[in-house]
Design a protein around this ligand. Structure first.
Ligand code: ADP
Ligand code: MG
Ligand code: MG
Length: 202
């Protein structure tokens, strides 16, 4: 892809489609160790994002991510809405006002996004949350935007898988204690899906 606002908006639309495709899977994962709404929450939230992108095209990559952030924060309840909203908001701020993404900007934005999730949710790696997918993803480097995003997606997928044996220490799943072990964390899965979809859009 190019790396201008139009390309970023197209990548966000693709991410919305991927979330819709995986809605039922995310619901099933959240039924096992939470309240079963994760897939529907995200599908609805990204539906509002796409509707807003249909109305107006923001003119920088950062402005696109800011639209995503404000929409998710205002429209998606639960734990994941504000956490993803924070991630997109921090990423937007890190990008600045430039017209194009660069590999360095992507790496910086990823780190800022993940730092935001950690600051807001106070989860650490090993607590069985989206942080287990996002922290390894934020270490991604590469010499093209595509390379950085593919490395991030690979790391997020491995990080998500690593949540299966863990006992949850944050979020609703922590109410289950030991019974949360043996299940993939829904937020870690959605983080991996989002990053893979961004990588596939480049
Ligand atoms: P809720 O649990 O409020 O119904 P969701 O189902 O949308 O919210 O999201 C659940 C996901 O949110 C979990 O699978 C986990 O990955 C993530 N999560 C929950 N609490 C935290 C936290 N404190 N920090 C990071 N991620 C969290
Ligand atoms: Mg839930
Ligand atoms: Mg809920």
């Amino acid at each position: 892809m190019g790396c201008d606002a139009g390309a970023v908006a197209a990548a966000i639309r693709e991410a919305a489609a991927v979330i819709t495709e995986h809605r039922d899977e995310l619901v099933r994962l959240d039924q096992a160790i939470g309240d079963g709404d994760h897939g529907e929450n995200l599908k609805r939230g990204f539906g509002f994002v796409v509707a807003r992108l249909d109305e107006s095209t923001p003119d920088t990559p950062a402005a696109v991510l800011k639209l995503v952030a404000t929409t998710l924060i205002s429209k998606v309840g639960g734990a994941a809405g504000p956490l993803y909203g924070t991630a997109f908001l921090r990423a937007a701020t890190a990008l600045g006002d430039g017209p194009e993404l660069t590999p360095e900007l992507i790496s910086t934005a990823l780190r800022a996004a993940v730092d935001g999730v950690v600051a807001r949710g106070k989860a650490e790696v090993g607590d069985k949350t989206m942080v287990d997918a996002l922290v390894p993803a934020a270490k991604a480097q590469g010499s093209t935007v595509g390379e950085v995003l593919r490395a991030a997606a690979d790391a997020a997928e491995a990080g998500a898988e690593s949540t299966v044996p863990l006992v949850a220490r944050k979020g609703r799943a922590s109410y289950l204690g030991e019974r949360s072990a043996g299940h993939l964390d829904p937020g870690a899965r959605s983080s991996a899906l989002l990053l893979r979809s961004f990588a596939d859009s480049t």
